[in-house]
Ligand binder design. Structure first.
Ligand code: NAD
Length: 367
């Protein structure tokens, strides 16, 4: 296959602007489209420092990548694109409508990758005339630092999956092909289990105590900082999307969910507004000090439990699931490495006792 002559990204938010930056650094001309001119302006400002940010992410910079990016508020600007990434907010109705609009401007053989975190490519493409052109094309946040793109699509053609794989390689991001479509795929299910278990721990301890404990055992950030990073609004929308497929498995306890919705209503969305569970100074989470420690073994056990579920659901084998977490977190340890370190029996017993106490689906042992 030859690489696309022109690529597009729809949605210039947190993810879309970095995806455009990676496409451009892969030598591919890219047009970034957003309905909001301010989002485009802010992406353009970010791209002024693109080369430095790519280098900081460990990527080799190819010429002046920002010069390969153009900006537009009109999807028609993507008419000759052979590959387009959809990165609009995580709502099925919105994503379907964007897919319909894209289909009306793109050539019949153009491929579309969706960066969805909690839906499937098949669901998003379901109302299209050519759903077989849509694949999952899911990045980990921050996309410039995490060497991973999850690719799947049960309705996608082999050619579409192959195009997505080759574009990911051109972007210098490692493609991982998942075998089955399930809402939230692999990385997002693993991270949903961590974030969900973190919110259940809030019944036992303060947010800062939970996050300090997680960092002390080797997580690069705690589960609640993680929610702040993603955005409380985005996280709660994800929880709602996952409810459709999995019931309450990834939901916070009721009282915590209420508190989170209050934070969202008050405009405290996490990193992007400077305040969520924690205060933020730009990129830095200002985690307050704590006097008392906390045992976060249940969070770790929930993660390993989810890894078993993913293998059971046929999303990937143990090696793939392990690799996805390492790449997605930027660490050296996958869920099955953790199991080997801590012991299967110890983790199962932790789940059993936490499940008995809370009845929370995230702790219901499957191994
Ligand atoms: P975001 O809210 O930061 O950005 C979304 C952008 O889409 C906004 O700029 C908005 O103006 C634009 N938009 C809305 N409707 C549009 C339309 N009809 N046409 C064009 N642009 C439109 O969101 P985000 O965090 O970048 O997430 C985008 C997608 O990436 C979601 O599907 C999300 O689940 C997924 N994702 C997010 C993360 C994360 O950590 N935030 C990680 C991986 C994947």
């Amino acid at each position: 296959m030859t690489l696309p002559n022109h690529t597009g990204v729809v949605g210039a938010g947190l993810m879309g602007r970095d995806i455009a930056g990676l496409l451009a650094n892969g030598g591919l001309p890219v047009t970034l489209v957003d309905v909001d001119p301010d989002a485009l302006e802010s992406a353009r400002d970010d791209h002024a420092a693109l080369a430095a940010r790519l280098e900081a992410g460990g990527l080799a910079v190819d010429g002046d990548p920002a010069s390969r990016i153009t900006y537009d508020t009109d999807l028609a600007a993507l008419a000759d694109c052979e590959f387009v990434v959809e990165a609009v907010p995580e709502r099925l109705d919105l994503k379907r409508s964007v897919m319909g609009d894209l289909e009306s401007v793109l050539e019949a053989d153009a491929v579309v990758g969706t960066n969805t975190s909690s839906l499937t490519a098949g669901e998003i493409a379901a109302e299209m005339a050519h759903p077989e052109r849509v694949t999952l094309f899911h990045f980990a946040n921050p996309a410039l630092e995490r060497d991973l793109v999850e690719i799947s699509g049960e309705t996608a053609t082999d050619e579409a999956l192959e195009t997505a794989t080759e574009v990911a390689e051109a972007m210098d991001r490692h493609p991982v092909r998942l075998q089955r479509e399930h809402r939230a795929n692999c990385l997002s299910r693993l991270s949903a289990s961590i974030k969900c278990a973190g919110t259940w721990e809030l019944l036992e301890a303060e947010a800062a105590a939970i996050d300090h404990a997680a960092k002390n055992i080797g997580f690069d950030r705690g589960p609640l900082e993680f929610v702040d990073l993603v955005g409380l609004d985005v996280h709660l929308a994800t929880v709602d999307n996952l409810r459709v497929a999995y019931g309450e498995r990834y939901a916070p306890p009721e009282a915590v969910e209420e508190r989170m919705r209050e934070l969202v209503d008050a405009g405290h969305l996490g990193k992007k507004t400077g305040q969520g569970f924690f205060e933020w100074d730009g990129e830095t989470c200002l985690l307050p000090g704590v006097e008392q420690g906390h045992d976060v073994t249940p969070v770790v056990a929930a993660l390993v439990n989810e890894a078993y579920r993913l293998v059971e659901d046929g999303v990937g084998d143990r090696e793939t699931v392990n690799d996805v977490l390492k790449r997605g977190s930027g660490g050296d340890v996958g869920p099955f490495d953790i199991e080997a370190m801590l012991g299967t029996d110890f983790l199962r017993e932790t789940l059993e006792s936490r499940y008995e106490e809370t009845g929370a689906g995230v702790y219901e042992p499957v191994f």
